[in-house]
Unconditional design. Structure first.
Length: 964
């Protein structure tokens, strides 16, 4: 115990040189969304939100956004002095008014809308809140306590064991054993079941509550004007810390850390650790201290907003020479330490273990060496430094040995006992031993240099060049336009990808004469201006003018982890990076920053919760969404937030809505909207991923969209029956229609057969047969045996053809023409050579190759003879049959020079024919039947031939047969 106290005393008397070591903070004020710059108090709730009571209202912070509450939102007063979060998640507030209120599930409750608060009569300001294990609340005013039990009953406590409370109450807290603890008049009391029991005496020179802080495990008090005492209830021991300063109040940060809030900064003591007290925010009035779930420490200030200490493992070191601040420009490892160069001609030695500045190794007073931009160690023998005007070599004693002057060094790359030096006007090859220039491989301005496989890659203002082993030069931007931009730095990974940093176009991955990767601000890079690269195994560290991007180059999506001033960096302008295992050194415009990445990531966590769920315009909490949503209210929106204060808002979300889509999607938005969803049972799965790739727990929300009428089972069954009935009816109709068609088809076939029979009969009408027999009798009477035989032979052949063709569906054109010529020859003989006939076939038309319906032309030829040529007074009548082909049609033209159809009708009326032939009408019916059964039609045209004086010249019949 004595040794422990001595150790703590040693911490206090230790010189305050550590104050020169600064930590990295993230500052939040009005411009970031905080309700006010004067922040009196802070609290964290069970969901992970941070709450700030300010002069301008109440602020809730999720790590990305502030949500503010004022009198317009229901606060009794905008100035909130005290905050407390109970086990139910209620955020209790004591405004600068004689009242209290609390926030719960999106609503602020005051005495105007809460019956329990109406029963609490505040005569002074509420200074502290406490809650015991049972959920009872204890409210402390300066000289009065009020107990609110779990039923809402309020008990006013204005005396202790019968003695009125007339002095200030110093503090209250929950008791680990149940009930409460109360500090009054230098005594610590246990309060349970409406009884006070003295626990121990704690003498103090003042009873003001600002010099006390207490929870169930620790008691902190200002024992006297120079001593802070911390009492551990669990360990039953006390520790004293001597310190003099103007006190504001104490903050108990956790089980081992205690903070003292001062008018000029804050001090944090670790009662169980061996490190010295840590000092923060010098010269700022700190009002309270709080630690969040990721171990970030928050400081509220009076008039300066809120500061977040990202990690005590992030150390910022200011480099000064002759009271002038300097930048850290380059790092290189030398023996067991790290060397850092600055713009003020200084080279420092830095511990690779602690990151602390050890000593100044060299200072070059010669202003010509300002600044030292490049550092390199050659075989642990020499230190090669590149400056604004020269390249020089230092020995182990950091004394300058040799120098090449003048040269403005832009980059140094050692390769096979050579130094390749990129300079303002050229690229030099230097022997590191003799330190002589052995070659100049480039004679223009260069910005960087890299060598691989004897090929020298040269970065320039106009793009990337390479010098091949045979000394030939190539401009890589000719084939790859992306390489025509300004190059700043080059590295090559183990897979052979050349990583090229540009000044404005981001990072380019180049391999096998093509771009294999391109990263910029749109896909995660902190900036498109790349200032430096450092390759560490599978990770590429990119320093930009807006922070660091750490890229996993082994993954195809190239995930990026960002580090900026929000993570504690001294500046976002990065000059150099060096990584040794998990320890990261960053050279910036404000000195250098050191941090242990493993400790930062190990403390990181990511929480996810719904902040609002809207369905059909109605807002619900995550635990109160309806199981079924009416279809007409089918408009669903989920608002959520991932909480990771170390990520500084750099959080992405992966989600999927099962039933709609099983694939995962990513977004950085903090809401999902589904304005129209089909009916069904849905499950939203949501997960947050912070900048360190730490995943939150999977958050789910189940809901159902009510089915429409036609989607309900009973309706579908009814529709099924109706459908089956309709199908049955349809089948019946179809069967009837098929039967009807079959009947029509049968009737049609029967009709065709009848037409064929009638046509066959029509070919040999009785009048023709009678006349033919008379002609035979005439030959017999005249004893013209030869003529009779010839006539009988032709007549019998015609009858035989008629009977033969009538049974066939089609005959060749050759057979049809033979049939017609036989008929015409008989008629010519019978009419005593009263006419002649002629058949003309177009060249190339083979009648034997074309098929037409049988005996379709005979009625027209018969009509020409009987009605056209028969009544001519001379024997100059002629029948012409012409056959030709036009496109895909066979054209048959039947033409006579008879008296014409008009004159024939007159003869017919004067001298009626005993037998009326039906051949033409039957032929027309046959053509109609054919056209109904075939897509391509038979067409027929009849033309009356006349001269200019309308005298009849005969008749022409044109019939077109499709060629199949």
């Amino acid at each position: 115990m004595k040794l422990f106290v001595l150790t703590v005393l040693f911490w206090f008397v230790y010189p305050l040189a550590v104050f020169s070591q600064e930590y990295g903070y993230t500052h939040y004020d009005n411009k970031e969304g905080l309700a006010g710059s004067t922040v009196y108090c802070m609290a964290k709730d069970k969901d992970g939100f941070l709450w700030f009571g300010t002069e301008g209202g109440l602020s809730r912070f999720d790590g990305t956004h502030f949500k503010n509450f004022t009198r317009e939102d229901g606060l009794p007063d905008n100035e909130v002095i005290k905050l407390f979060v109970d086990s139910k998640g209620r955020v209790w507030m004591a405004p600068f008014k004689k009242t209290i209120c609390y926030y719960y599930k999106g609503k602020i409750y005051t005495p105007d809308n809460d019956p329990v608060l109406q029963r609490i009569r505040v005569s002074d300001f509420v200074i502290q809140f406490a809650e015991d294990k049972a959920g009872n609340m204890l409210l402390m005013e300066s000289k009065k306590l009020q107990l609110v039990d779990t039923t809402g009953h309020v008990t006013v406590i204005d005396s202790i064991n019968g003695a009125p409370i007339i002095q200030l109450i110093s503090g209250i807290s929950a008791n680990a054993e149940g009930g409460f603890m109360v500090i009054y008049e230098g005594n610590l009391y246990n309060y349970r079941n409406n009884r006070f029991q003295q626990r121990k005496a704690i003498p103090s020179f003042s009873f003001h509550s600002n010099i006390f802080a207490m929870n169930s495990k620790l008691l902190v008090r200002l024992r006297d004007a120079e001593t802070t005492e911390v009492v551990s209830f669990e360990q039953d021991r006390s520790v004293a810390f001597p310190f003099k300063n103007v006190q504001i109040l104490y903050s108990i940060i956790d089980d081992s850390l205690v903070g003292r809030c001062l008018q000029s900064g804050a001090v944090i003591y670790n009662i169980n650790g061996s490190d010295s007290p840590r000092y923060f925010l010098k010269d700022l009035p700190v009002s309270s201290i709080l630690k969040d779930a990721e171990d970030n420490i928050w400081f509220s200030t009076l008039g300066h907003g809120v500061y977040k200490l990202s990690s005590p493992f992030v150390l910022n070191v200011k480099l000064r020479k002759n009271n002038s601040p300097s930048q850290a420009l380059a790092f290189t490892r030398y023996k067991q330490n790290l060397l850092a160069s600055t713009n003020l001609r200084v080279i420092y030695s830095v511990s690779r273990i602690t990151g602390k500045l050890q000593r100044e190794n060299a200072f070059f007073a010669d202003g010509l060496l300002n600044p030292i931009t490049q550092l390199n160690v050659y075989k642990e023998k020499y230190i090669i430094a590149g400056a604004a005007t020269s390249l020089f070599k230092l020995g182990p004693d950091f004394k300058k040995q040799k120098e090449i002057y003048p040269v403005v060094v832009k980059g140094i790359f050692p390769y096979r006992d050579k130094l390749f030096v990129a300079a303002k006007d050229n690229v030099l090859v230097v022997d590191p031993e003799t330190f002589k220039i052995t070659d100049t491989i480039w004679h223009e301005r260069s910005t960087s240099v890299f060598v691989s496989n004897d090929t020298v890659y040269i970065g320039a203002l106009g793009g990337l060049y390479c010098s091949l082993p045979d000394k030939t030069k190539q401009f890589l931007g000719e084939k790859v336009p992306a390489l025509k931009t300004r190059i700043t730095t080059i590295q090559k990974d183990s897979t052979g990808v050349l990583w090229i940093g540009t000044y404005g176009d981001g990072l380019i991955g180049y391999k096998n004469n093509r771009i294999v990767a391109s990263l910029n601000r749109s896909n995660g890079l902190t900036s498109n201006v790349c200032r430096t690269l450092y390759l560490q195994g599978n990770f590429l560290w990119v320093g930009t003018d807006k922070g660091i991007s750490k890229i996993n180059i082994t993954r195809p999506d190239y995930p990026v982890t960002k580090y900026t001033t929000s993570d504690g960096l001294a500046s976002d302008i990065i000059n150099a990076i060096y990584v040794d295992s998990n320890k990261v050194f960053v050279g910036t415009s404000e000195g250098y920053t050191f941090f242990d990445e493993a400790k930062i990531i190990s403390q990181s966590r990511c929480d996810l919760l719904f902040t609002d769920i809207t369905m059909g315009g109605v807002h619900y909490g995550a635990d109160s969404i309806p199981a079924v949503i009416a279809h007409e209210k089918n408009n669903v929106r989920f608002d959520y937030i991932g909480i990771s204060y170390k990520s500084g808002g750099d959080i992405r979300y992966r989600y999927r809505l099962l039933e709609l889509d099983s694939a995962w999607h990513e977004t950085r938005e903090t809401f999902l909207s589904y304005p129209i969803l089909p009916s069904g049972n849905y499950q939203l799965q949501l997960q947050a991923i912070n900048k360190f790739d730490v995943h939150s727990k999977l958050l789910t929300a189940r809901f159902a969209i009510e089915k429409l009428l036609y989607e309900k089972t009973w309706f579908q069954v009814l529709i099924g029956f109706i459908f089956l009935a309709a199908v049955g009816l349809l089948i019946t109709v179809i069967v009837r229609r098929i039967r009807k068609r079959e009947q029509e088809k049968t009737a049609f076939s029967k009709r065709i057969s009848e037409l064929e029979q009638l046509s066959r009969k029509a070919q040999m009408n009785p009048h023709f047969i009678f006349n033919s027999l008379n002609s035979i009798q005439h030959y017999v009477m005249e004893a013209d045996v030869v003529g009779a035989n010839k006539f009988i032979s032709g007549f019998s052949r015609l009858i035989r053809q008629t009977l033969d063709f009538s049974s066939k569906p089609e005959i060749s054109l050759e057979e049809e023409l033979d049939y017609l010529t036989n008929y015409l020859e008989i008629e010519k003989t019978r009419l005593e050579n009263a006419f002649s006939w002629f058949v003309s076939i177009e060249k190339g038309v083979e009648p034997a190759e074309y098929y037409i319906p049988p005996m379709l032309l005979q009625p027209f030829v018969e009509n020409s003879v009987r009605h056209g040529l028969r009544f001519r007074r001379d024997k100059d009548g002629i029948v012409t049959i012409t056959v030709k082909q036009e496109n895909d049609n066979l054209i048959v033209i039947l033409e006579d020079n008879g008296i014409g159809r008009k004159a024939a009708m007159q003869y017919k009326s004067i001298s009626p024919i005993n037998y009326q032939s039906k051949g033409l009408s039957l032929t027309a019916d046959r053509i109609d039947m054919f056209n109904k059964e075939h897509e391509r039609k038979i067409t027929m045209y009849i033309d009356d031939l006349e001269d200019n004086f309308h005298n009849s010249l005969g008749t022409r019949v044109t019939i077109s047969f499709p060629i199949f």
